[in-house]
Design a protein around this ligand. Sequence first.
Ligand code: SAM
Ligand code: DTB
Ligand code: SF4
Length: 329
Amino acid sequence: MSLGAAPVVRNDWTRLEIAGLFDLPFVELMFRAQTVHRARFDPTKVQKSQLLSIKTGGCPEDCGYCAQSVNFMTGVKADKLMPVAEVIAEATRARDGGASRFCMGAAWKNPKDRDLPALAAMVTGVRALGLETCMTLGMLSPAQTAVLAEAGLDYYNHNIDTSREFYADVVTTRTYDDRLDTVANVRGAGIGVCCGGIIGMGESREDRIGLIATLATMPEHPGSVPINGLVPIAGTPLGDAILSGAAPAIDGIEFARTVAVARITMPDAMVRLSAGREAMSDETQALCFLAGANSIFVGDRLLTTANPGVDRDTRLFEKLGLSPMEAFA
Ligand code: SAM
Ligand code: DTB
Ligand code: SF4
């Protein structure tokens, strides 16, 4: 592998420039994305991250895509926070299965202060296994962020999901700025930021441009950018719109374009092909890797939905000649 000249990292991307990237002929866009990707990363290495739902269901927020909101009848039941030892046991299995990052997700608007000691113990325990740690727990106060930073948390996932303009059509129980405040808070505490969005919620190309513009003009780009394909959940407003045909499902080429634009505008980020792989063909996933995606979630479950299992991903890596990235690479 040879790393070419490093692309300039810019935080002043305009929507017009981003729209121009989306409009490029597909082959040109792929070439540009691969050029940027190869200057920073070995394109044959893909990070394997494993997710665990440490606290499932019963969330008071009304994110219109989510199986875990109390506001929608999705059949997901509310559980308590998992005991620390069980989380460490799951992380050990994930590591032994080849994951290098372990992401712990909780269906909370925000954690309660009384949960922080257990959460900190999960971070130290998982990190002691040699895994990179990530948590996604909803909004955090500065004091809570400081406790997680002190415990050694590597990344905090907090997505902005879409453009500022479309946000109120997706969730009404918080604002775009609430989300950006927690992201700033996490960045300020020295924890790596994992921030991205969801494609295929019925948003327009302009909203995808707005999502990338928000991410690529942050004072520092997120270290990880998850690009999720909407997993349509029956009972949620956005899932039902897709399942009934009232809103169009996203096209794989447009999905790959979004990945490519994320790669070009945020050259140093891990761009994660996140939710939605279960319904994606191997060919669409291959396009996303060509577009510069270099991280996936592995294991047969995401939080509440299915993910391609180890067998399908092993075959995919073999077919494409990909190999897993080491932790802390
Ligand atoms: N409650 C926390 C929060 O919202 O930040 C953490 C868990 S939440 C499930 C994490 C992220 O998963 C959301 O921000 C959203 O981007 C993504 N997500 C949730 N449900 C999804 C779905 N059905 N399809 C695709 N992505 C989804
Ligand atoms: C992210 O951006 N995607 C992951 C992780 N961060 C927490 C979550 C995907 C959830 C998919 C729907 C589910 O399984 O409930
Ligand atoms: Fe709650 Fe997160 Fe689901 Fe929104 S995405 S309803 S905040 S668990």
